[in-house]
Design a protein around this ligand. Structure first.
Ligand code: PLP
Length: 259
């Protein structure tokens, strides 16, 4: 039977991030993709111009109907935007404790536009982290969630370990923002630590990198792989997709890789 994955995230009209990136990534992994849209962004490679949130009840209902009818083997969570939408998603996830969840704690777009209401970081940390299987913060997100400053690989380890205390079994701290170092990521759990190495690619085509990585992890989980294996193949996929990016648009272009 085909593996099935659900993304709970925002729409990017430019197709490089959000729901669109997630569904393309699921397809690249031969996984059947479904979506619960949380917000519609008016967006291209240069920026986010407008955001319209979806009614939290409609978000919850999208989640329920696809899980009940088509079935879902893994969930990826991206942009949640508001405290009310976080509440609705938390409430639904509590009904489906057996489905693995990849949480990309999206807070801000590359151009600086906020994709999460101010103050909702605490709610995300206290309510959503305990329901996730793996969380994938970049460094600014890890700093916001832990209140720590991250300037070195050792700081990445301390932040990752600190986040484990909220009850999430795996934390993937992404090192792409660590200037002067390769783009290495660190996967930590209570029992293991795994560095995923990648060269720093000099490119502007990095729009949707976090979305693509987290949905690739969810694709692996939906196919029955464990977290370390899903993370390793997702990291390889994203590295390849950055290298093969087609240079579309006038700003940060989207990724592209279909094996
Ligand atoms: N737009 C949406 C809907 C997103 O979900 C995200 C990130 O998760 C972004 C934009 C930001 O993508 P980036 O920071 O790669 O530009």
């Amino acid at each position: 039977m085909v593996a099935r994955a659900l993304t709970i995230a925002g729409s990017d009209s430019g197709g490089g991030a959000g729901i669109q990136a997630d569904l393309k990534t699921f397809s690249a992994f031969s996984v059947y993709g479904m979506s619960a849209i949380t917000a519609v962004t008016v967006q291209d490679t240069m920026g986010v111009y407008r955001i319209v949130a979806i009614d939290p009840d409609v978000v919850a209902q999208q989640i329920d109907v696809v899980i009940r009818d088509l079935g879902v083997d893994a969930i990826k969570i991206g942009m949640l935007f508001s405290a009310d939408i976080i509440d609705a998603v938390v409430d639904r996830l509590r009904h489906y404790p057996d489905i693995p969840v990849v949480l990309d704690p999206v807070m801000r777009a590359k151009g600086g536009t906020s994709l999460l209401s101010p103050g909702a970081e605490n709610q995300m940390r206290e309510q959503l982290l305990p329901l996730a299987t793996v969380i994938t913060p970049n460094l600014p997100e890890a700093e916001a969630l832990t209140g720590r400053i991250i300037r070195s690989p050792e700081d990445m380890r301390s932040a990752g370990t600190a986040l484990l205390q909220y009850g999430v079994p795996y934390v993937l701290v992404k090192g792409g923002h660590l200037d002067g170092y390769p783009a290495n990521d660190l996967l930590v759990s209570q029992h293991e630590e795994l560095w995923l190495e990648a060269p720093r690619v000099n490119t502007v085509n990095t729009h949707g990198t976090g979305c693509t990585l987290s949905s690739a992890i969810a694709a692996g989980l939906s196919q029955g792989h464990d977290v370390p294996k899903s993370v390793i193949q997702a990291k390889n996929y994203v590295t390849q997709a950055i290298l093969e990016a087609p240079s579309l648009g006038h700003g940060h272009g989207p990724l592209w890789h279909f094996p």
